[in-house]
Design a protein around this ligand. Structure first.
Ligand SMILES: [Cu+2]
Length: 377
């Protein structure tokens, strides 16, 4: 009987929790009301089966409990089969399973068929950051091939493709989208499985290396939304965050006009007119730290990350896993970035990937780390 009471409490508790919980879905910010409907149907079907099955177990435990004075000879009747009951059970279960699967299939079919007027947005996943690309005025994205990949061409775009020249390359992990316009998202991965997910849009898609997967949505509420990776993709996975800013068309066009295109991003970097060349180098290093994904693991404000923070790193004495110590200077940083596996710093996982850097990029990145300040003596 104790088990029957416990099961009854679980059923009542679950239903009450479901009705009173503050953990409801975030407000919907896209056209995908159908996703929420599907979720509610799933909840209703699984919830009903959960309650009915547990209540049935509670009933049988109570109905056939042991009672004082029961005849010790009383035995359960053996019933080899019961056609009528089986037909009912198979029928109800089948209806339940169809109700679980069919709405999802119908919504998914719509989810991967973007309207013809949808604008294109490419999302590129990489351990552990997001990059974005829009087609230029021509409306066509340039072609890519793995052999074109380089540190300055992370999308591996074909430099000879005329359609690639005006492609808008977004630097950093934040992308803007216009309100009320359907967007077709084309998703590619640079390395392993990722999944682009913005909860408020109810939109997500797995990203498989070597494939382009897609889905579409129309943002319906202005705001700043967090995009996250929804496939465990390595030790930096929780840091793989981006942002989608939904704003009116005018603000979006203003933002878009400020972005660089592919052709411009391929020109050699020249120090800016404003500020000294040293400042320009540090500024370039700061932007490289973003685009190369360094900031996924290294904070610059002393915060805890997967790797050592860059605040106060330069000039500090690091202890290695083998107990030896090393002064963090120019040569140390360069050697470590070139070959992260050569040695391991005590207290940090040995997971730093090798990032291809041109010589001038290395100079800029080291200058930036240096600028984050020497360790206090
Ligand atoms: Cu990921």
């Amino acid at each position: 009987m104790a088990i029957a009471v416990a099961l009854l409490l679980i059923v009542v508790g679950s239903v009450v929790f479901h009705l009173l919980t503050p953990w409801w879905l975030t407000p919907l910010a896209s056209n995908w009301q159908q996703m929420d409907d599907t979720l509610r149907i799933t909840m209703a079907v699984t919830g009903a089966f959960f309650v009915v099955i547990l209540l049935f177990v509670v009933y049988t435990l109570w109905r056939f409990r042991h009672r004082e004075g029961m005849q010790t000879t009383q035995r359960a009747a053996y019933q080899p089969d019961n056609r009528r009951l089986e037909r009912w059970l198979i029928g109800i279960t089948s209806v339940g399973i169809v109700a679980l699967l069919a709405p999802g299939l119908a919504v998914y079919a719509r989810y991967v068929q973007p309207p013809a007027e949808a604008m294109l947005l490419e999302v590129l996943g990489q351990q552990w950051q997001w990059r974005y690309r829009f087609p230029g005025a021509g409306g066509q994205l340039g072609g890519s091939d793995a052999r074109f990949y380089s540190a300055s061409n992370p999308f591996a775009l074909d430099p000879a493709d005329p359609a690639a020249q005006d492609d808008v390359i977004v630097t950093g992990n934040e992308v803007h989208l216009p309100l009320g316009r359907p967007v077709k998202v084309l998703a590619r991965s640079h390395d392993v499985l990722h999944d682009f997910f913005v909860p408020q849009f109810r939109a997500r898609m797995n990203i498989v290396p070597g494939q382009v997967s897609w889905f579409w949505f129309t943002p319906t509420v202005p705001g700043r939304y967090e995009a996250m990776c929804a496939q465990l993709c390595g030790v930096g996975h929780p840091n793989m965050q981006g942002y989608v800013i939904v704003e009116d068309e005018v603000a979006f066009q203003t933002w878009l006009a400020r972005q660089t295109n592919f052709a411009a991003s391929q020109r050699p970097v020249t120090p800016g007119e404003a500020g000294s060349p040293a400042d320009a180098l540090v500024a370039l290093g700061a932007s490289l730290a973003q685009t190369k994904g360094c900031v996924a693991c290294h904070t610059v404000d002393g915060g805890v990350g997967v790797g050592p923070t860059w605040q106060g790193l330069f000039g500090k004495t690091e202890t290695m896993v083998d107990g030896s110590t090393a002064l963090v200077d120019d040569a140390y940083l360069r050697a470590f970035i070139r070959d992260p596996k050569a040695r391991a710093v005590k207290g940090f996982p040995d997971v730093m990937p090798t990032t291809p850097l041109a010589d001038d990029e290395m100079d800029a990145l080291v200058a930036y780390i240096k600028s984050r300040g020497a360790a206090p003596q």
